[in-house]
Design a protein around this ligand. Structure first.
Ligand SMILES: NC(=O)c1ccc[n+]([C@@H]2O[C@H](COP(=O)([O-])OP(=O)(O)OC[C@H]3O[C@@H](n4cnc5c(N)ncnc54)[C@H](OP(=O)(O)O)[C@@H]3O)[C@@H](O)[C@H]2O)c1
Length: 275
């Protein structure tokens, strides 16, 4: 892959690649350097109308024209899609492979595409849709520093990027950041229901919960203080927050978080063996 020419080709035009592409174009990545393939036309038409991207219903066409191939199909389709690329793309080893599929490990891609590929696994999460994502990245040993930098820039368009130690850490990131939005929604819904039970209207209950979550997240992002110190800052001794926190501690909220992450990590590892 040449440093100055980086055409990026997405194989699959589902929700996640659409979010990434939207962020890239908004952030100034040149639309003429993005290609997308998908079996059916509607998503491709939307992307070409919205951003002027080159699109194709043929994966080979996109993979052949790209320097960086982003595999964005469901894990269960990955073997079929990769084996087809292996047969029909002549110089795969000269390109960089990026995969955003959950679960599948490097070993599977070497098996599907050949041992000589260079590959980066990226695990983005759904808040990428609003430019506030977390993407965990792990590269195999053959990937160059310039390639890593390029891929990091792509995912920086939709949030923050974290280079992880190894593939095991990707499972943990998936369980915390990938599943995390669902945990927060569940917790927020519990608070909303509690407010409603005390007579607040559903609209106002939701507004107070969502804005509090946003404000707390912003404070956590912007403050130098630890999360424990931030919590202490809003908890005066003997006050109402102290009573509320006491109830959470009795309910062993931290233990529940640990159990939730452990269950999701275990499931990620189980699912990796399915494909
Ligand atoms: N969504 C997330 O939050 C998230 C987070 C992290 C990772 N991921 C990973 O991202 C990948 C894509 O997820 P998604 O949410 O974008 O899925 P999605 O919205 O269900 O989209 C899947 C896309 O793949 C297309 N497709 C089907 N067969 C294909 C083929 N043979 N060649 C090329 N494209 C094909 C489908 O096209 P048709 O519509 O024409 O069938 C569809 O547009 C998955 O591997 C997932 O694990 C997703």
């Amino acid at each position: 892959m040449q440093n100055d020419v980086r055409t990026i080709g997405f194989i699959g035009a589902g929700n996640m690649p659409q979010s990434i592409i939207g962020g890239m174009i908004k952030g100034g990545f040149p639309a003429q350097s993005v290609l997308v393939s998908n079996p059916s036309r509607p998503k491709l038409d939307l992307l070409s109308e919205k951003y002027g991207l080159r699109t194709s219903q043929n994966n080979h066409e996109v993979a052949n024209a790209a320097d960086v191939i982003v595999l964005s199909v469901k894990p269960q389709l990955m073997r079929e899609v990769c084996e087809d690329l292996k047969e029909n793309v002549s110089n795969l080893a000269d390109k960089l492979i990026v995969t955003i599929a959950a679960g599948l490990r490097f070993e599977s891609y070497y098996d599907f595409l050949g041992d000589d590929i260079r590959i980066i696994r990226v695990m983005p999460n759904t808040p990428s849709l609003v430019g506030e994502g977390v993407s965990g990245l792990v590269a195999d040993d053959k990937v160059t520093a310039a390639e890593k930098e390029f891929v990091q820039q792509v995912f920086d368009y939709v949030g923050i990027t974290l280079w992880l130690e190894d593939e095991d850490a990707i499972d943990v990131l998936g369980a915390v950041a990938g599943s995390g939005p669902a945990y927060f929604f569940e917790f927020m819904h519990g608070l909303q229901r509690a407010a409603e039970e005390f007579g607040v209207s559903p609209e106002q209950a939701r507004a107070m919960v969502q804005q509090t979550a946003l404000g707390a997240a912003k404070m956590a992002c912007e403050s130098e203080l630890s999360l424990v110190d931030l919590r202490k800052q809003v908890t005066s001794k003997g006050g109402s927050t102290a009573k509320g926190i006491e109830a959470y501690q009795q309910g062993e909220l931290n233990e529940v978080s640990k159990k939730a992450v452990a269950a999701a990590v275990a499931r990620n590892r189980e699912m990796a063996k399915l494909f």
